[in-house]
Design a protein around this ligand. Structure first.
Ligand SMILES: C[S@@+](CC[C@H](N)C(=O)[O-])C[C@H]1O[C@@H](n2cnc3c(N)ncnc32)[C@H](O)[C@@H]1O
Length: 303
């Protein structure tokens, strides 16, 4: 579709756009077309319904056509719109970061509960470490709801960290979040009381079967969890164990919350018990009743 084929008023342009998205087998074509046009016109979706007769100018038609082409080519809607809501916060997203998923909000809830129970600051001055921070969704949501929290957020992708920094500034929490490029815990000696991580956990085989919106557009480094999806989770557990067993016992770690795939509960639990035999590990289910978070609670260092 180009601007020449889009008709002049909103109702007609939407009708044409819905037909195009439907033919391209895009999910929810009506809602998607309305969201895109509302974005182009910088108006709420409801405004479009009430103003179906309003004429679209040439610039709006051209922009709408260009965005429609991207969605019809199965680019995720969040990338095309440039943002996604997470835990009530509007976050900038683009192809440098995974689009935050609603199920990850559970990690934020668990960390906030732990902070309310009085987790203080570790020796490095942080209350939370978020590993594999992506868009910064987890630390930003925690910082917004826990005004005293100081958070260290890491990612192996410098591109992702650039987006996370933008989001932290946008939500006025950049002064309480330190972003660091690191492979898991490399270079981090002392762990704070709380650790959160939504690391890649899709198996190599599953990646091939993902919808094109995910497979062809979201960063591979944000998806690929290795042969069984748990390679990074296991490496992280091993690194945590090494820090807890260090002679000086510099870690203040009380609890770690690691997001996992719905089919990974038993294997993740077995890994946690193998690497961290003195900790108490359990699997928490999400609202859909699916295994979602590996919770590991730690002994005190002087025990
Ligand atoms: C599934 S995404 C999650 C992003 C974000 N935490 C969220 O929930 O939206 C996983 C993130 O882990 C990062 N990552 C992958 N391998 C890593 C590693 N070895 N060390 C640190 N971060 C890594 C990716 O770059 C990506 O941003």
């Amino acid at each position: 579709m180009n601007d020449a084929t889009l008709n002049g008023d909103i109702r007609a342009a939407l009708r044409e756009a819905i037909a195009l998205l439907h033919a391209a087998r895009v999910d929810a074509p009506t809602t998607t077309a309305r969201l895109l046009l509302a974005h182009v016109l910088d108006k709420p979706k409801e405004w479009l319904i009430a103003h179906g007769e309003a004429q679209l100018d040439a610039a709006a038609r051209q922009r709408f056509g260009a965005l429609l082409q991207r969605v019809a080519a199965h680019e995720p809607l969040a990338y095309v719109l440039g943002h996604r809501e997470f835990y009530g916060l509007d976050l900038i997203v683009d192809r440098r970061v995974l689009i935050p998923r609603p199920e990850t909000e559970m990690l934020v809830e668990l960390a906030l509960d732990e902070l309310r129970r009085g987790a203080g600051l570790g020796s490095a001055g942080f209350s939370v470490l978020d590993v594999g921070t992506g868009s910064g969704a987890i630390p930003i949501a925690i910082a917004k709801h826990a005004p005293n929290a100081r958070i260290l957020a890491t990612d192996i992708s410098r591109d992702a960290l650039a987006v996370a920094r933008l989001n932290a500034e946008r939500h006025a929490v950049a002064d309480r979040i330190t972003f660091l490029a690191a492979d898991l815990l490399d270079g981090i000696a002392a762990l704070p009381p709380i650790l959160t991580a939504n690391l890649p956990y899709v198996t190599r085989e599953e990646i091939e079967g993902l919808p094109p919106e995910i497979q062809a557009h979201e960063p591979r480094v944000a998806l690929d969890g290795g042969a069984d999806g748990l390679e990074l989770v296991r490496r992280l557990l091993a690194q945590i164990a090494a820090r807890l067993d260090a002679p000086a016992c510099a870690s203040a770690l009380r609890a770690a919350f690691l997001e996992i795939g719905a089919a990974q509960g038993p294997a993740a639990l077995a890994a946690a018990r193998a690497y961290l035999p003195r900790a108490r590990s359990a699997i928490r289910k999400d609202l859909a009743g699916l295994d979602r978070v590996l919770v590991v609670r730690f002994y005190d260092c002087d025990e």
